[in-house]
Structures are given as C-alpha cells and as structure tokens.
Ligand binder design. Structure first.
Ligand code: NAD
Length: 360
C-alpha cells in the first residue's frame, strides 16, 4: 500500500532535517507518495501567507504530515504557525517520548518516559491583549470589577482557558496510550494549589477519568515545580506524564535535556483522525544551511509516523538503525560529542546516510 503524506519542510534547519528524515523513511522500503506543502517564511515569500489554506487542506486530505520546525518571531504581531496548525486541525494531543539511547551524552541511562501534552488550550489559546490598547484597558476594568483585585493599568493580559471537556479528552488519551503501549503509570501534572479554577479543573477532571482505569494503570499526581525537580533527580520513577499545554511544552524540553538534548527528541501531534509528526526542537536559525544539526529528532518523529501508519516492521528497523549509529558514535553530529568542536563530528546528511546504511 502507498501512503500519501504531506511533507512540510519548515524554516531554518527544517529543510535539512526533513530531507534527512524523508530519505530514511524511503530507505525502509515503505511506499510513500509525498505531497510537499509550505508553511512559515518560505510560504510567506511565495504566497503572502504564513500558513496557506492549501497546506491545511493537504493535511486534511492525506490525514498524516511530517513537518519541519517553523520560526515564530518573539513578541511580534502574528501567531505561531505551529500552534495555528494544531488548532486548525484539532490536533489536541502532543505525544513526546523521551528515551535514552546507549551512546548519548546524558546524566542518566535507561530513561523511557512519555509526555502527553494538551495541545488546544491553556495560555497557548492565543487570547492576548496588548498593554495600553483601549480593549485591554476595558478588560482590566471589567476584571477588577468582578475579581475585586487590582491590575496595573500598563499590564498586558494573556488568558488561560482550561475546559473540563479538553481535560477529560487528554487524560483519557494518556490512559489509552498507556494501555496500548503497555505502560504502567500515568502522572497528572498541575499547579492546582495556585490556579484553582484552571489547573484545579484539570486535576479534578483527571481524577474522574482515572477511575475508569483503576486496576489497569496506576494514577498519581504531581505539582509542576516539584515535578521539574523530580524529573531531574529521579526520572526513572515516571512513565507517562499528562500535562496542560504550557507545562507540557516546558517539561518536554527538560526531558529532552535528560536524554541528550533537543537533537534527539521526537514528537507527534494527534487528533481524532489526523496526525502531524515533528521534532520537539525549533528551527535553530543560526545553524541553517550549515549541514550541522542532528537529524535524529526528525528521523525518530518519522519512526512515530511509521508506527501510526501501522508500518511496525519499518518503524523498528529505522529506530534500530538510529540506535546502532548512535551506539557506534562514529557518524554522529557535533551534539553527540563531548567537545562540540570535535573535528570528527559529521554533518546532518552524513549521519542520515550512516543510518540508511544500517538499514541495508
Ligand atoms: P530551537 O529548538 O530552534 O534551538 C535551541 C537550541 O537547541 C539550538 O540553538 C541548538 O543548540 C539546539 N538544537 C535544536 N535543534 C537541534 C538539532 N536538530 N541538532 C542539534 N542541536 C539542536 O529553539 P529556539 O532557538 O528557542 O527557537 C528557534 C525558533 O524555532 C523560534 O522561532 C521558535 O518559535 C521556533 N520553534 C518552533 C518549533 C516548531 O516548529 N514546532 C518548536 C520550538 C521552537
């Protein structure tokens, strides 16, 4: 069977890492017809839009996409294209496995945990009010009226919506994922002690959902700041973590740090009938065009894609090839080396080639 997949190369290092991943997937022998679609600065140049409708239509039609990272300028007028794709397509669950492979530089061995991040709401909902604007001043007055609390008049405001429906959906997703992947424990992460009506609702709803899985999957809870420390000190205690959007984003980078860095951390954004696979890392613009960065995160995202496509054999072959190249430590990029300027480090293309050779 031939799978039709949307390929979004992305910005910065996106083209280099997505080309590497595409070549590795093709080398597994799985038949794929790629449909290239634009998003980010390349799309802006060619179409005048950061996220053209044709790109979203391509993903809707093909149901699966492999996507390179896309730049989001800080503090400027437009929203993140990455968040835009997730929201427009209803990709409510972000799945980010964090696993150590022998040969990586990391504080720990044998880490194998999975972050399940709620993708559709929280402070990422994009409901923001700029300081000084008339609407913001009105909003501040209204909030002061209802909350009886003072807000400085020169404040900007970001809204954090957390709903019962989206909380139940993501916690159920986490439990179903745990059952499917034969994992033992789901830990819900929150800050309900401070944010009673948002994180508090996430926690209360999560506890209700957890009752349906009693006896099948262990459920426990942790406050996010404590969780950050626990992950650094005792990562082996954790299995599947389910978190609201912002904490999920931050702790996935922390977990990437535990397993050897962003160059190795893959991800998937899953909706009811659609999925977009992408690395945890961003577009690392300073490395663009240098054939330097690690393609592993993007290749392992493609492994997750192969699993999703039920191409289990090819997924295992590709993961094992990545594992073998990392374990040998010869054809690997600078970030695997103790000295980042090690002259023996190879480039993005060469590491991908070495992985392809291991498939044969
Ligand atoms: P980044 O992940 O792009 O890079 C941070 C650092 O991590 C890099 O300087 C580099 O040292 C390291 N790194 C990242 N990817 C690597 C790789 N493949 N190999 C080796 N080292 C790697 O984060 P940033 O600099 O904060 O963000 C740059 C841009 O990317 C921003 O515009 C941001 O909004 C965007 N971003 C996009 C996504 C996405 O597309 N899903 C995710 C995160 C950030």
């Amino acid at each position: 069977m031939t799978h039709k997949i949307t390929l979004i190369p992305g910005d910065g290092i996106g083209l280099e890492v997505s080309t590497a991943a595409k070549r590795c997937v093709e080398a597994t022998g799985v038949k794929i017809e790629w449909e290239e679609a634009l998003a980010g600065s390349v799309a802006l140049e060619k179409t005048g839009e950061l996220l053209p409708k044709s790109t979203l239509d391509s993903i809707r039609k093909n149901k699966v996409a492999l996507k390179g990272p896309i730049i989001t300028p800080v503090g400027e007028g437009f929203r993140s294209v990455n968040v835009g794709i997730r929201q427009a397509l209803g990709l409510y669950a972000c799945v980010r496995p964090a696993k150590t492979y022998p040969g990586v530089k990391s504080l720990y061995k044998d880490i194998d945990l999975v972050i399940i991040r709620e993708n559709s709401e929280d402070l990422y909902a994009g409901i923001e009010f700029e300081a000084g604007r008339p609407a913001t001043k009105n909003l501040i007055q209204e909030i002061e009226k209802y909350s009886k609390k003072e807000i400085r008049p020169d404040s900007g405001i970001s809204i954090k919506p957390i709903s019962k429906a989206a909380s139940a959906r993501i916690v159920r997703f986490a439990f179903e994922y745990a059952l499917k992947c034969k994992r033992k424990k789901v830990t819900l992460v929150h800050k309900a002690n401070i944010m009673k009506f948002t994180d508090g609702l996430f926690l209360k709803t999560g506890r209700e959902v957890a009752k349906d899985y009693a006896g099948k999957v262990i459920f426990n809870e942790a406050i996010v700041d404590n969780m950050a420390m626990q992950l650094v000190q005792k990562p082996h205690l954790y299995d599947v973590l389910v978190l609201p959007n912002l904490y999920g984003d931050i702790l996935s980078d922390l977990c990437a740090g535990l397993i050897g860095g962003l160059g190795i951390a893959p991800g998937a954004n899953i909706g009811d009938n659609l999925a977009v696979f992408e690395a945890v890392h961003g577009s690392a613009p300073k490395y663009q065009g240098l054939n330097k960065v690690n393609p592993t995160a993007m290749i392992l995202s493609a492994v997750l894609m192969l699993e999703y496509l039920k191409e289990e054999k090819a997924a295992r072959q590709l993961e094992n090839a990545v594992k073998a190249v990392i374990a040998e430590g010869l054809q690997v990029t600078y970030d695997f080396k103790s000295d980042p300027n090690d002259p023996d480090a190879v480039g993005t293309r060469e590491m991908a080639e070495a992985i392809i050779k291991k498939l044969k």
